[in-house]
Design a protein around this ligand. Sequence first.
Ligand code: PHE
Length: 455
Amino acid sequence: MSIALRARSGVWGSRTTFVLALTTSAIGLGNLWRFPYLLGENGGALFLMVYLATLFLVAVPVMIAEVVIGSHGRADPMSSLLYASKHSGTFAAWSVIGWIMGIAALLILAYYSVVAGWGLAYVQKMDSGVFGDASAATVGQLFIDFLADPEALVYWQSIFIILTFAISGLGIHRGLGVLFWFAIPLLLVLLGVLIIFNLQYGDMEKAGEFLFSSVSFDFTARSVLIAMGHAFFTLSVGVGVGIAFGAYAPDKLPIGRTVIAVAVLDSFVAIAAGLAIFPIVFAANLEPSMGPGLMFVSLPYAFGNMPQGETYGLLFFVLVSVIALGSAVALAETPMAYLVERMRLRRPVAAVLLGAVVWLLALSCALSFNQWSEVYFYESLTLFQLLDRLTVEFLLPVAALLTTLYVGYALRREVLRVELYRETNNFFFLWRACLRYIAPPAILVIMLAASIEIL
Ligand code: PHE
């Protein structure tokens, strides 16, 4: 759809739908799976603080900038970037940001599908009753055995990828937000059930200390980079989701307050996930730093040992899969919009093409847990780890940095002010100051410090 054709009134229909869609993209495996295991690996409280600081001082301003670009351009991310450049009389070369975002989205989608496939598989495992009264060691072993089985991994992730691209290809992704009237509130209820279980059976005290007051001594510059990268990941910053969704934003949207509200809700879910997981980890003597398996071991163990746990567990993993699907469809949107709006492919054709690319990449990721577990990149990284690090520790920060420079310095102030007309002058001033003076040096210094440390 060309810029001229797209109705200025926005296609989300209402403000609520837009907020829901953005929330849907934000809340996902990042909150439930990735955040807790990173906290565990990086020693808890300090990590949480750096994450919150970078979320609100860096990721939120960049997300607002993305939505502003989208709502100004009213087109796919690439066209919106070009349009904004033209309108502000700056270089078209800035649209390279769109490429970085598109590539990051595809790579994230690949390994995201692998983990979402685990979620789907765990729906079935919950149903089969294998976790009933199981010990933590048994549950741990089940996860290890599962990862060692390439056929199972590929089967489940294929289903997930087909679902994602079916929704995206049929173009019903915009209706997804509504589904989350159910999924997100229900998820919160189940996290509540887990936290109540933990009050009785978990080690709340140790978990509270770990999450809110522990000081980790091996906290390094890389931990800071990981925390900032996760702030981008969890708010869906740096992959063009803000631009793609912003293109459909309703006219009177207070963009700034909306993004802040999404970030608050998103962090709330992440902290609730931490409170659901860590008390079990400590009570069952699991290792907080056990890595990506943390959620898939601690929670099935808890569900297996609580009254009616298997029903709750089943529901929980269904919800995990549903919210992962919402995020995955959002992730697919930048490359899809590019193929459909710029390359003029039909939506279903674009979906098949991208689905095939993601499937191949995800296949290689799945094999890195078993048959290719000895294939290393940069000395010790498996393909799964490489994709995770390349995207979250490099591509997202670079995309965010370029966005801050582009919107903070290259675009005209008046153009931005119009898009943010619902916000006060003070808000606008603070936002622009963050984009110009806080975010760019913060991202640069954090990336440089971490790379010096690694070299
Ligand atoms: N924010 C999502 C999550 O936390 C992941 C995601 C990243 C979705 C980028 C869309 C874009 O699970």
